[in-house]
Ligand binder design. Structure first.
Ligand code: KIV
Ligand code: NA
Length: 265
């Protein structure tokens, strides 16, 4: 396979081809996701929830993100690999943002970084881009700001917030971001943003009028049966399948069925 690049994504948008993106946090999963033909793998800070069991994305560290990212990089030969800058690794000043991004690029081998926010972090985005590191934006519901929002409900339903979001999206394009994620905003607004800028807009809970879709892999595989937002389509029910398989293993061990004659030396 030819490697997907930031350029490929911009061409996909220009050609009207939708972009597929999923998260991965480890080697084995990333190998499957990459082989299945995904365009972009996001090593999301959702690893904080999905991998580590934290309630929010705030606790995950830069070192932990680099560990996840390097595992994914070793697995994927076709997908573009984007890494989230975790909370606390870029908010205090542009120099810190650049330092964190350089660490991610050097120590994981990933291809791009993603940061949450618009005009507030424009100097940081500029600094990272000036170093030659591609940046993906992230607007709408930005989970690192959950304690400011108070809830994980739909963002930008009011005009003022919708207007700022559209302005931020235009700013991210102007700064030189190669794409941006829009999370949990009204479909109409997301479509308007996608039509207003030439870089790809990848949505999660942002409707079908955008240029691509992203989901958390564990959610779309149905490994987590406690999380059922309306935007989530489950392609498997791995929670049930795995529970059944593991239960069968327990039964087989207890009943002396496993291992059989053929399963030993
Ligand atoms: O961390 C993550 O998984 C994300 C996606 C939901 C866009 O940022
Ligand atoms: Na994230």
């Amino acid at each position: 396979y030819k490697r997907i690049t930031t350029k490929s994504l911009i061409e996909m948008k220009a050609n009207g081809e939708k972009i597929s993106m999923l998260t991965s946090y480890d080697f084995t999963m990333a190998k499957i996701v990459d082989s299945a033909g995904i365009d972009v793998i996001l090593v999301g800070d959702s690893a904080s929830n999905v991998m580590a069991g934290h309630e929010t994305t705030l606790p995950i560290t830069l070192d932990q993100m680099i560990y996840h990212a390097s595992s994914v990089v070793r697995a994927a030969s076709r997908a573009l690999i984007v890494i989230d800058l975790p909370f606390g690794s870029y908010q205090s000043d542009p120099k810190e943002a650049l330092r964190s991004s350089i660490r991610i690029m050097k120590e994981s081998g990933a291809h791009a970084v993603k940061l949450e926010g618009g005009s507030e972090i424009k100097d940081s985005i500029k600094k990272i881009l000036n170093a030659g590191i591609p940046v993906m934006g992230h607007l709408g519901l930005t989970p690192q700001s959950i304690y400011k929002f108070g809830t994980y409900t739909v963002r930008a339903k009011e005009d003022a917030e919708a207007e700022k979001l559209l302005e931020d999206a235009k700013l991210l394009e102007k700064l030189g971001c190669f794409a941006l994620v829009l999370e949990k905003i009204p479909a109409k607004l997301a479509e308007k943003v996608a039509q207003s800028i030439s870089i790809p807009v990848i949505g999660i809970g942002a409707g079908g009028g955008v240029d691509g879709q992203v989901l958390v892999i564990h959610d779309m595989l149905g490994m987590n049966n406690e999380f059922s937002p309306r935007f989530l389509r489950r392609y498997m029910n791995l929670y049930d399948d795995m529970t059944r398989a593991i239960g069968q293993y327990v039964t087989d061990v207890k009943s002396h069925d496993f291992p059989s004659e053929k399963e030993q030396y």
